[in-house]
Design a binder for this molecule. Structure first.
Ligand SMILES: *[C@@H]1O[C@H](CO)[C@@H](O)[C@H](O)[C@H]1NC(C)=O
Ligand SMILES: *[C@@H]1O[C@H](CO)[C@@H](O)[C@H](O)[C@H]1NC(C)=O
Ligand SMILES: *[C@@H]1O[C@H](CO)[C@@H](O)[C@H](O)[C@H]1NC(C)=O
Length: 283
């Protein structure tokens, strides 16, 4: 979704958390990832973030940073504008869709390299880790891999009677409903435990190996592109399948979306954990 090409910018500046998996989505992804860290992975995270700093606590940092003057360059890194034609045809093509200012695929590639770069300062290494924790979350949100209607930002809908847009509902309202609340330790624990159980012994146990089939940190661009393609396909399967304009989403649309919300957040968390374990193993 293009943010800076739109008149909505001043509004966005006053609502910095409105346009990415919201805080609950990112913190849940980080909490799930943390659960799957190897001992080496845990050591790796604390060596980058600092002792005692949890991944959940920094998972939304990049959403605040993008709205600062110094962080403004990173705004395009939160998404890739797939110029496909959903719902009839979905696709992501790096040459076509990752613009000259970068995208979530190039950002994951860049920060995977930077977090391993021993010449960087402690501060820049920490920042690279924080970006990775955030972007490996963003890339699993289907509308972060879509140019149509500015990633759904231009599709006006209502949520429980309140006017909003499709993108915001996928980032925040539907996730908070799925999680059972807004950001708190209790909500994150309950939601992440539910998804961890599905990964370990539930309906995701047979799928999870596929989620991390690309796990080579030396081929980050290829892996991140496959993750973008995987999430983008859901725009044709469900997210943009109906004409959502004017729809009340807190009803049958939400009920149909819930399996995809659970799936994408579980997947993002499991992948992020595996990616960090792979970084630790390569160190
Ligand atoms: C969300 O909640 C977690 C757990 O309480 C906390 O670590 C994190 O800082 C919170 N995030 C924000 C942006 O408030
Ligand atoms: C990589 O990250 C650094 C630090 O944020 C940034 O200055 C640089 O432009 C990025 N490069 C690419 C290709 O995204
Ligand atoms: C979608 O629905 C809206 C509101 O009902 C209508 O104005 C619009 O023409 C529809 N768009 C398409 C492509 O069918």
């Amino acid at each position: 979704m293009h943010l800076y090409s739109s008149l909505a910018l001043p509004l966005l500046l006053s609502a910095p958390n409105a346009h990415a998996w919201g805080v609950v989505g990112h913190a849940t992804i980080a909490t799930i990832a943390n659960h799957y860290l190897t001992e080496a992975g845990k050591t790796y995270v604390s060596s980058k973030l600092g002792a005692g700093v949890t991944m959940a606590s920094v998972a939304s940092w990049a959403d605040n940073y993008r709205y600062t003057t110094v962080g403004r360059f990173s705004a395009p890194y939160h998404f890739i504008d797939a110029e496909d034609t959903p719902p009839s045809s979905c696709s992501v093509n790096l040459a076509r869709d990752c613009g000259p200012t970068g995208c979530v695929v190039s950002a994951i590639t860049n920060y995977t390299q930077r977090v391993q770069d021993s010449h960087l300062s402690v501060e820049n290494t920490k920042e690279a880790m924080e970006f990775l924790i955030h972007f490996i979350g963003d890339i699993t949100q289907p509308l972060h891999d879509e140019a149509e209607a500015v990633g759904g930002n231009d599709i006006s809908v209502t949520w429980d009677g309140t006017p909003t847009n499709l993108h915001a509902c996928w980032d925040t309202q539907m996730v908070e409903k799925a999680a059972g609340g807004s950001n708190s330790t209790a909500t994150l624990t309950a939601f992440s435990n539910k998804l961890i159980a599905m990964i370990d012994t539930g309906s995701y146990s047979s799928q999870k190996a596929g989620w991390i089939s690309c796990d080579n940190v030396a081929t980050a661009s290829q892996c991140a592109l496959s993750w973008a393609q995987d999430a983008n396909a859901l725009n044709c399967q469900y997210v943009l399948k109906a004409n959502e304009t004017g729809m009340e989403l807190d009803g049958s649309y939400y009920t149909g979306a819930l399996p995809y919300i659970d799936l994408q957040i579980a997947k993002g968390g499991y992948r992020l954990g595996a990616w960090i374990n792979a970084l630790a193993a390569a160190a």
